[in-house]
Design a protein around this ligand. Structure first.
Ligand SMILES: NC(=O)c1ccc[n+]([C@@H]2O[C@H](COP(=O)([O-])OP(=O)(O)OC[C@H]3O[C@@H](n4cnc5c(N)ncnc54)[C@H](O)[C@@H]3O)[C@@H](O)[C@H]2O)c1
Length: 295
């Protein structure tokens, strides 16, 4: 594999593009929004600059990485001649089914179609295509360039061969792939999201404030980041959507999203990406509230 397309240049898409490009792959980064593409490329450049400053890479490696990425707003142009597509567009099942139908029509018949979805059924996405054996979940963690895990999700119909190819590919990126089966939330979010939701419920019930809840989990449980700050980093809209998928999928009230989370998303308070969530990420407060541990 040499040529990869990444769909979506948001939080995850730009990290996935960065990671493939830094490992020498030619990357076509595609987004419907020109502004998102620009923001994604700015983020990649800033993250590479930080890696150069920390002497993790040199300037030539930074330039090679950037030169490996081409941006597009037209899916059909971007995915021509790629071996693999990794879809990382907004977490919305209707949107993903539409994107996969289109990918199935425009990609070559050998192209493997992967999705970075946090929770939507791989089996359902695969069924929207005429190549269900070649559809797989490739769930990277945020921030992609430094997080080791890739959760590889086999849909009901994913072939052994495609699973092996994607497991091996993840290793060439310097990642640790873990194979799991396709049930709502897979493994990572099935365990993580109820914890984040419970921390929001704890705040909603007035048991403690934001920093107190995060401090308990950081100092008491040795978590590198408190759950409310982590929810802000993931995006509160993404958390809500994952909880809803698990709530619908298992029909179990333990996954019901906290009303405070629902209200914050309705109010457009989505965390770091919108400038405010449980913490304030406006320009004047950003340095204080954005952890500098990344990159
Ligand atoms: N945020 C996280 O921590 C995290 C972690 C793991 C997986 N994920 C998953 O990754 C995916 C992307 O999440 P994100 O947090 O990067 O979202 P995001 O909102 O930051 O970015 C989504 C991007 O998709 C673009 N987009 C929307 N429709 C599109 C289309 N039709 N074609 C091309 N681009 C389109 C948007 O313009 C936006 O730039 C979701 O499936 C999410 O569940 C997110």
């Amino acid at each position: 594999m040499k040529n990869i397309a990444v769909i979506g240049a948001g939080t995850m898409g730009n990290g996935i593009a960065h990671t493939f490009a830094q490992s020498g792959f030619k990357v076509q980064l595609i987004d419907i929004s020109k502004a998102s593409l620009q923001k994604g490329m700015d983020t990649i450049t800033n993250n590479l600059d930080r890696m150069v400053a920390k002497e993790k890479i040199n300037n030539a490696q930074k330039n090679d990485t950037l030169n490996n990425i081409t941006t597009h707003t037209d899916i059909s142009k971007g995915v021509k001649d790629v071996d693999l597509v990794v879809e990382a567009a907004t977490e919305n099942s209707e949107l993903k089914l539409k994107i996969f139908k289109q990918l199935d029509e425009v990609c070559s018949k050998d192209t493997i179609l992967a999705t970075n979805t946090s929770s939507i059924s791989i089996t359902q996405i695969a069924a929207a295509t005429s190549r269900p054996k070649q559809v797989i979940g490739m769930h990277f963690m945020n921030p992609v360039p430094i997080m080791k895990l890739v959760e590889i999700i086999r849909g009901y119909t994913t072939s052994d061969e495609v699973t092996k190819t994607i497991m091996d590919l993840s290793k060439t990126l310097g990642k640790e792939p873990v194979e799991v089966n396709d049930y709502p939330g897979f493994v990572a979010n099935r365990i993580l999201m109820p914890m984040l939701n419970e921390s929001i419920e704890t705040l909603y019930n007035g048991v403690a404030g934001v920093t107190e809840i995060d401090t308990v989990m950081k100092l008491g449980m040795a978590h590198p980041m408190g759950p409310l700050q982590l929810a802000d980093f993931i995006g509160l809209d993404v958390c809500l959507s994952i909880l809803n998928v698990m709530y619908d999928g298992f029909k179990n009230p333990k996954y019901a999203p906290c009303p405070l989370l629902v209200n914050m998303v309705r109010a457009g308070k989505l965390g770091v990406k919108s400038g405010e969530g449980f913490y304030d990420y406006s320009e004047s407060r950003k340095a204080e509230n954005v952890s500098q541990q990344f990159l």
